[in-house]
Design a protein around this ligand. Sequence first.
Ligand code: F0G
Length: 462
Amino acid sequence: MTMYESRMVDRRSVPDQGERERILAEAGYNLFAVPADAVAVDLLTDSGTGTMSSEQWGALLQGDEAYAGSSSFADLESAVSAVMGFDRIVPAHQGRGAEHVLYGAIVDDGDVVPNNTHFDTTRAHVEAAGGDPVDCPVEGARDPDAEGDFLGNLDVDAARAVAAEHGEDQVPAIVVTVTNNAAAGQPVSIENVRRARTLADEIDARLVIDACRFAENSFFVKEREPGWGDASIQEIARELLGYADALVMSGKKDGLANVGGFVAVADDGTEAADALFDELKQRAILYEGFPTYGGMAGRDMAAMAVGLREAVELPYLEDRIGQVRELADLLEAAGVPIYRPVGGHAVYLDAASALPDVPAHQFPGQTLVCAGYLEGAVRTVELGSFAFPDTDRPELVRLALPRRTYHREHLELVADTFGQVVDRAASLGGLEIVDEPGRASLRHFSARLAPVDGELVAPAAE
Ligand code: F0G
């Protein structure tokens, strides 16, 4: 049973089917453009959408808003040090701000950056710095029916081959994303991070860990990796992250905060690490804010400092990962094809199996997303060929659970919704893009689409 009591609620009223059709058409069949109050269950993202604890709200009221030397920054530093083992941080307004600060400093024109799988903003920041982001997932990471404990791992040999092909000097960093969000939220083992460290040493590159979901990843290590069953989440987290030269962190995930992020730099006594830390602070001043707030309000740093400590508590993680597994079981019972094993923050639907008649170029994932909204006002996100053009990805739809927010009844509504959609799969036509502003790797945020046949779905029997 869940160990939370709620004393603050968001009230919801859900638009009826006719209104949902209108809203969806107006939004250009892109759920990023749908107003949140027209959504019954919002599984768009687990980023910044969770529920804070009363301890976090208490800390928030005591945030120190000083421009320089804020005590809330000191609290954040102590929390990162205790929980993640890094003593030097450069705060940023959120994860992508941290990515901008870090990748702009270490990636040059013509560089190549291997990553187990780049998240969209990571890919865009590596590209914006002149680099070529190369995904190196392990075999099975893209197969919805694969089995494995650590399918989020980096294919270290593939990353080594990238370095051999392009030249070691062109590889400024090896990046490991924990958990592997773009590969169905699968975890990464400590053993894999160790091997990535060895490769980084071999080719004189930095090892960067994208630590957004480090606590969830550590839970899987405790559950699955030999030798770690009796360790605390905090011990595991410190071991996992301790191999890195730098971390990029979005506090909107395992910081249990609504906003915020940071880069952490190892304090290993080397000149390279000191120089990097200095350069990052200068970039932070330019792009984010003075290095003791970096785009966050003092109160946001205070809330994240508490959230980081809560994120590594075992009962929290058991509840969190348990809820994701519960949603997966309900969906499967409703006949919806999902990606197994189930990852940390989300259930991923296998859209190609769910909608076999919608060809890849008509975006079966985005079609499923839109059908889920029409059917049950459930908001989800496509992470397949629409979100990641020109990459070889499975057609996934992500149902990300905000932390500490929804109840069993919400999960049942979601499973029922997608069960109905899959039952009527044959009545669904695909989508085409009609407007694609900006960078292709970010198109899923703002592109507009339209049904290929004029209508997405035969009206449901209500
Ligand atoms: N890295 C990973 C692995 C992420 O999942 C995200 C964000 C970021 C970096 C960027 O962090 O949002 O704070 O700027 N992922 C969110 C998501 C948006 O929905 O998965 P941010």
